[in-house]
Each structure stands twice: as structure tokens, then as C-alpha cells.
Design a protein around this ligand. Structure first.
Ligand SMILES: [Zn+2]
Length: 56
């Protein structure tokens, strides 16, 4: 009846900065949201890896 002492440990940081890495080079970015991360990565691909960007 007293087994809920660990309930708070299941809470992950859901609003912390996200780190995204490029699979083609050493580029990475830190954004606050997944949407921002996707946009940054798409911009990077378009500029640095146009071939990969076209296929994505
Ligand atoms: Zn890259």
C-alpha cells in the first residue's frame, strides 16, 4: 500500500533543450522544440548536403 514513493522519478525533462545531430557531418544544433530542430536540420541539409536534402 506504500509503493508509490518512486512515482516522481518517472518524470523526464520534457521541455529541456533538444540536441540534434547531422548524420552526414559533425553538425549539431540545440533547439527548444522538436519543430525547431527539424527546421534547423532541414536548413542545414539544404545548405550543406543538398543531395541528401533532395532525397529526404
Ligand atoms: Zn551535415
Amino acid at each position: 500500500m506504500h509503493g508509490r514513493h518512486c512515482a516522481r522519478r518517472g518524470r523526464q525533462r520534457s521541455e529541456g533543450p533538444l540536441t540534434g545531430r547531422c548524420e552526414h557531418c559533425e553538425w549539431y544544433a540545440i533547439e527548444r522544440s522538436h519543430a525547431a530542430m527539424v527546421k534547423s536540420y532541414q536548413d542545414h541539409l539544404r545548405e550543406e548536403h543538398p543531395d541528401a536534402w533532395v532525397r529526404a
